[in-house]
Each structure stands twice: as C-alpha cells, then as structure tokens.
Design a protein around this ligand. Structure first.
Ligand SMILES: [Zn+2]
Ligand SMILES: [Zn+2]
Length: 312
C-alpha cells in the first residue's frame, strides 16, 4: 500500500468563483453509472463474485434510468415556496430524507426496476428469488425498509433486498433533485451531508472539466447532488490535520482513499484527470480491495455504498 501526500494541497480560490453545487443530469445519471459498472465488471484484476455483482448492478442502473424516465411523466410533487423558505430559515436540506413526505412514486419505480430485471435472460436464480421477495412485500413493509435504509440503520436493514429498495429511492430523489431550482438549495451548517436531501456522500470526485477544474465535490449516495468541499479535508469530521491518501499498489491512479487520523475513517476520492469516466457509486463499488486494505490498516468506512449492504 502506498501512502501518498498530494502536491499543492490547499486550495486558495479567493479570486475564483467556485460553483458550489452540481445537480444530477437526469438524462444520463444512471445510464452513465451503468456504463461505468459494465466497464469495471470487465476490468482484469477483479474476482468472479464481484464481477458478477458489478454486472448485475449495471443492469440495475439501466433499469433505474428507465424508471426515472417513466416517473417524469407522472405528477411529481416538488418543494414549494413555503418548503424553500422553511429549509432556508432552519438550515435544513430542501427535500430532507428525515422530513420530506415521499410519494408512492418511489414504489412504482421499485416495481418497474424489478420487472426490468426479471425480464433479463439468464438472471441468476438467487437474484430472481430476491426480486420476487421484494414484489411480495406490502407497501407498509416497503416504507419501513425505506426508513431503515435512509436512516442508515444497518442492523435493521435486510441486506439482500436493500440494493433494490435503495435503487428505487435513488430514482425518486434524483427525480426531485434534478427538477429543483439550484438557487433554492442552501448551504447547511453541517458541510458533510447533502444540502439537497441530507444523506451522506458515497465518495468524492475531483473534476477536470474547465468549469470545475481541480475542484473536489462530495457525491450524494441518494440523490446524486454534488457539493463543493475544499481538498485535503476530512469529509466526515472536517479536520484538515492528519489527512493521508492511500491507494492500491499498481492499481489505477484515478482512485485513492482519503484517510483521517483524527476520526479514523476514510472515503474514496476519484480523479477525473486520470480517468474522465470515473463515477462515484460505480468506482467505489468496484474497488473493494481498497476497502480491505483500509480495514486492515484500522480505518473504517465513513458511510456505506448504497448498492452494497453488509451486516455490521
Ligand atoms: Zn442528496
Ligand atoms: Zn475525520
């Protein structure tokens, strides 16, 4: 394992107008993720089990894109002026997972995702069992599972159905986030949670396009909003001391783990300058060997990947 310190670590952008937020592009948020998952599943140095899982998740992301497109045609309740004023006054996320009344559309998205998957030829029998199980849950049971997932209560989460239920919640929240006026989303007092929905980030990404060149954004695990945070700072406890970067020897340069010696957590950080196609959910999932190394080194993940749940 290499221990790498970044050159030019402190950003001083006093003169530069930093775009604070990037909202998801609903035309391609999940299809780009599917493409990346598929490419990662075909990469050489991964085991069979994870390859099959990435492949399945690529199909899942395709099904999410299709579900998102069909949700668009149904009336979607968006935050009104009162919601916006309330969120601003109390420094709350605009469509907070803790307080926003989610509509039944997310369950329709779930049904659509499950039917897309079951229509696939060669879907493994054990996956079919899980999707059948999801379809058999009552609306009330689904809402209870959704509450546990959104509150990140791993002990109460059914790990087999979680990726599918989470996938449907992502579709619903991306539909909200991508239709929200960016000016209605305000900065929170807690910089480590998504200002749109209040969920923790899955990873961060240093962008390379001209507008965001060299800037680091945290990527929401639920609604795919990205919000700016300076580099070399712990996204969990916000310290700037004792931050180090670890990566897999001979692994891709486009991914490292940003480790914090204060809270002993890490999140992965992706670099578009090394690979323009990096995608936070997909690349985090495809780099489980890095999680293994970090765990052996005594660090814990700051938050789970939305598509992979393990019992603690
Ligand atoms: Zn979010
Ligand atoms: Zn920390």
């Amino acid at each position: 394992m290499q221990r790498i310190l970044e050159p030019g670590q402190i950003e001083t952008f006093a003169q530069r107008d930093i775009p604070r937020l990037r909202l998801p592009d609903r035309a391609r948020v999940f299809s780009a993720r599917a493409e990346r998952l598929r490419r990662q599943s075909e990469a050489g140095a991964i085991g069979h089990a994870i390859r099959d899982y990435l492949h399945l998740m690529a199909h899942l992301a395709d099904a999410q894109q299709a579900a998102l497109e069909s949700i668009e045609s149904r009336p979607l309740e968006l935050p009104g002026d009162e919601d916006i004023a309330h969120a601003q006054a109390f420094h709350m996320p605009l469509v907070s997972v803790a307080s926003w009344q989610r509509q039944a559309q997310w369950q329709q998205a779930l049904a659509s995702i499950c039917s897309s998957l079951t229509a696939l030829p060669n879907l493994p029998a054990q996956v079919l069992l899980v999707t059948d199980h999801v379809c058999a849950l009552t609306a009330q049971q689904l809402e209870a599972q959704a509450d546990n997932l959104l509150a990140v209560q791993p002990l109460q989460v059914d790990t087999a159905t979680a990726p599918f239920i989470m996938a449907a919640l992502q579709v619903y929240w991306v539909a909200l986030a991508s239709r929200t006026n960016i000016d209605a989303i305000h900065e929170l007092d807690v910089p480590g949670v998504c200002p749109t929905c209040g969920t923790l980030p899955v990873a961060s990404i240093v962008r390379a396009d001209s507008r965001h060149q060299g800037l680091r954004y945290l990527h929401c695990a639920l609604c795919a909003t990205e919000w700016h945070m300076v580099r070399v700072k712990c996204s969990h406890c916000q310290t700037t001391q004792g931050i180090s970067y670890q990566s897999i020897e001979d692994g891709p340069r486009s991914i490292r783990a940003e480790c914090c010696d204060t809270c002993r957590t890490y999140r992965k950080i992706l670099y578009q300058e090394d690979d323009v196609a990096v995608e936070p959910v997909a690349d985090d999932l495809a780099s489980l060997s890095l999680d293994l190394l970090l765990s052996e080194a005594g660090y814990r993940r700051a938050s789970p990947n939305p598509l992979l749940w393990q019992q603690p």
